[in-house]
Ligand binder design. Sequence first.
Ligand SMILES: Cc1ncc(COP(=O)(O)O)c(/C=N\CC[C@H](N)C(=O)O)c1O
Length: 727
Amino acid sequence: MKLHPDQPLDLREVLADLEHYRPRRKGWAWRRHVPDQRVGPFVYRDTSAPLKNSVPLPAAGYFGGIDPQGDWVITTEIASGRFEDDLRRMRMAAWHGADHLMVIRTTGQSHVDGLLEGTPEGIGGVPVTRKQIRATRKTLDAVEDEVGRPINFHSYVSGLAGPEMAVLFAEEGVNGAHQDPQYNLLYRDINLHRSFVDAAEAKRVLADGGILQLDGAHNANATAKEAWKVTPELLVQHALNTAYSRAAGLPDALIALSTVPPTAPPAPKLRLDLPYAVALRELFAGVRFRAQQNTRYMEADTLEASVTHVLDTLISRLTSADIQSTITPDEGRNIPWHYNNIAGVNTARQTLLGLDGLEELVGLKRDAAFRAQVREVKERAVLFLEEILEQGYESAVAAGQFVDSGHYPERHGDGIVRDPAGGDGAGTVIERAPGYGAPVCSHFGDNVYGRGGEKPCAAYGGCTLCDPAKIVYIDELDPEDNVDRRLEQPLAERAAGLLRPEVEKHGDGIVCVTLFVPADPRTAEAAALELARHMGLAAPEVISRRVLHPAEGSVFEVKGVLDLALRAALLPGEERRELLPEAEIEAFARARDLRVVAATVGEDEHSVGIREILDIKHGGIEKYGFCCRYLGTSVPVERLLEAAAEEDACAVLLSTIVTHAGIHEQHMRRLDALARERGVRERLLLVAGGTQVTDAEARACGMDAGFGRGTTGREVASFLVGRLRDR
Ligand SMILES: Cc1ncc(COP(=O)(O)O)c(/C=N\CC[C@H](N)C(=O)O)c1O
């Protein structure tokens, strides 16, 4: 499946023939650091290779449209309930620099003791199923090709079906997964023994599948009442899961600690969070660090959340990380909306680039006071571990030692109490019979197969990890609750060219308006809702409110449903040029020695777009027989005309992306004026192109045509042939 930047994802193509889909690769992909990399006018210290296709940060236009990529993997976490909507969101996130995509599971899948199949709709997250994984991995294969970088797909092994989920992920090429038995026990009340026995099996499978494991310590931060006091426990939970993971055979390279800076302003964040962040990196040197952002102290204010997340990212840069995960700034108010996933990714991308080379500029002040803080959190953690060793892990759990909001060894007595013999799945751990034989080669513990050193599954004709042909693919189980039924309306509306606004699900019609109302908060809020109703928004709901002054007024964000579909074809805008059949274009062009000169003009370093129009690789005009000469970037307009004369060209293509102060219009007018001065205007077709260029504007500046964002080589070739054959 191949994606084209000017075409939306074709979900029918995604869903076609999933039965025979096989992942192209397995295992986790890190970004490769490129030392002292020049990107545009700058040399960077902490970057990796640029993308083939991407959306640069908004301010990139000032620097020639550059889009440097940091050297850490960036995560976005998607939660919707319909995987088919997540796929588009993943593509958007990848274009903004995310290469680790996590999709929250539907409520409580941890309690499902088995694999789900088909594509039922989820609540707050998707049911993880083989079909959902295949459709997603197949899409991400195509997205990888489109952006030019591997994309890590992430899911969750925790829960009663842990070992089965791990085998499913290893079979289907999932690249990362949460696995932490403490998560089951503490946060999902799944039986202790079941959780740890399953975890050994699951970790072994993850290890053999090259799947990066994230632990679950971040949940203690999200659950604790006074999160800055739970730092000793975070170290303890990391230690327990890391030790267990190593014992189960996971190499350190696949053990990622999920670390969250515990606090947020108005708390004195860095003073509280940095000593812990340093202690963590010192205690666990050698494993990977997956830095997450704080959700514990997150309200509905997206700006406030973003500032906290910038500070979290600063802590990552001041210490170290391998993955910078992001929390959407609206996670405190609703299921993340896709443009807030993108906002979260951009916060991390922007912050990390802004901090490029930070360690050359500042270092942590490691004076005695700071060292003492680092040591203290370590000492508290070691004491906690010693107490667990002394009383036994089961007793510690039964005594509610975990997620107590006291600052260990102080205790508040409000920890999570679990009965080691209780919980979901209690009494389901069965002693393995002496002749036990594992169903797949990856297995922790005794196995009657493979005792002679041969591949275990050789004894029974192969396993699903070694022979994918043995995988049983179940397509759908429910004739109603499946993706095909869900797609009927969205695809029908898309085919009819109908457009609806959306925030998380295709066609949900939800919009959000921001209103300031000059009154006391209660009056202002009532007015805001009423005003939204008058705008035609159904079911208006305030999702964020900020008092600017108790008497002067408050500002609100109000979401509501705009039940309206627009027909794209009827939208005002420049008429779409008719496209000539490709064979006709080629027949005309190849029979003549048609020469075109092109350049990116002014102080503009853009080349990707014009290259797409010229190069044969992306369907550029070369493919029809045009002979193209690209003069490069930052070319004076005069040079373009000189080259046109040298080449006896029939057309000049001027590429301009930078538009501040109308510089793009100046270039077009100058080209037209110079061509007239030199008496060649009538002979030459002058064409301008760029993301901000419109046909009307280009022609108003003396061009014969203008092409904007998403233009294809065929459109330009079609225009050129159309004009040339009329001569
Ligand atoms: C260790 C672990 N296992 C499973 C799940 C999910 O499993 P359920 O099906 O039980 O919700 C989670 C949830 N949090 C992950 C997202 C978080 N915001 C993150 O950034 O990591 C988890 O932490």
